[in-house]
Design a binder for this molecule. Sequence first.
Ligand SMILES: Nc1ncnc2c1ncn2[C@@H]1O[C@H](COP(=O)(O)OP(=O)(O)O)[C@@H](O)[C@H]1O
Ligand SMILES: [Mg+2]
Length: 283
Amino acid sequence: MRGEPLASSPALTPTLSRERERGQEAPLLQVDNVSLEYRTPERVVRATHRVSFDVHAADRFVLLGPSGCGKSTLLKAVAGFIAPVEGEVRLEGRRVTQPGPDRIVVFQEFDQLPPWKTVKQNVMFPLLASRTLGKKEAAERALHYLDKVGLSKFADVHPHQLSGGMKQRVAIARALAMQPRVLLMDEPFAALDALTRRRMQQELLELWDEVRFTLLFVTHSIEEALVVGNRIALLSPHPGRMRAEINSHGFSLDSLGGAEFQGTARRIHDMLFEEEQQAVTAP
Ligand SMILES: Nc1ncnc2c1ncn2[C@@H]1O[C@H](COP(=O)(O)OP(=O)(O)O)[C@@H](O)[C@H]1O
Ligand SMILES: [Mg+2]
């Protein structure tokens, strides 16, 4: 089921230009009625139930919901690591059946970079492994994206010499260097301290301004969702269902603390909370 649109505030209403844009091109990524399950010999855990949303080129689409609602599982399905038990994921109209270089994931963990490779080698590796580029071109592209994340000077050091934030920048450079159709990020800043996290959000938005990649971003932080996303899918607690889709296009780091930002954050919070209340009081 699709979440009901929130039309009560201008910030929650899609802009006209956005609609026009949508009329012209098919969605890049379609998550269509997707149910996902984990099966063990003892039991079946339903992680998401009939989730549908469309992501358009250059969207910064956020999956927001409480821990355990199936956000990571959805991202894994889009990445092609898990097959839906119902519904399907389509990229450019084609059904996703396996992982591919057109969908790259950045994870939360700082240890996603092999420690024995230098920063540059880490960024080059997927380009070489997938035979996307030869060695010389891969090195050039790696340096190009390391420059974009401000790490040119660290190309030849090893990951253990970097801070958590810098490691995440390398992971982002590595993902962008593959020039995927969709960049998938699973709580990439959740393990960072608050100030670094804020700076990484800002840098991600600057990077998006420059490169205009398509982003599918998972978080359980309402504030982060509003800052990072132009559209937000709000998922209900376990198993995740579409609760609402929210247009957050008008918000940025500059709107933090503003009345409209606070009001929207509170409405989202209430929707999550309401759902929990229903779950608690259900017969
Ligand atoms: N490998 C697994 N085996 C069984 N259940 C799992 C597995 N991974 C996740 N789950 C369950 O699936 C649900 C969704 O998990 P997950 O996608 O990780 O949620 P989120 O990322 O939103 O926190 C949770 O109830 C979780 O316990
Ligand atoms: Mg998760």
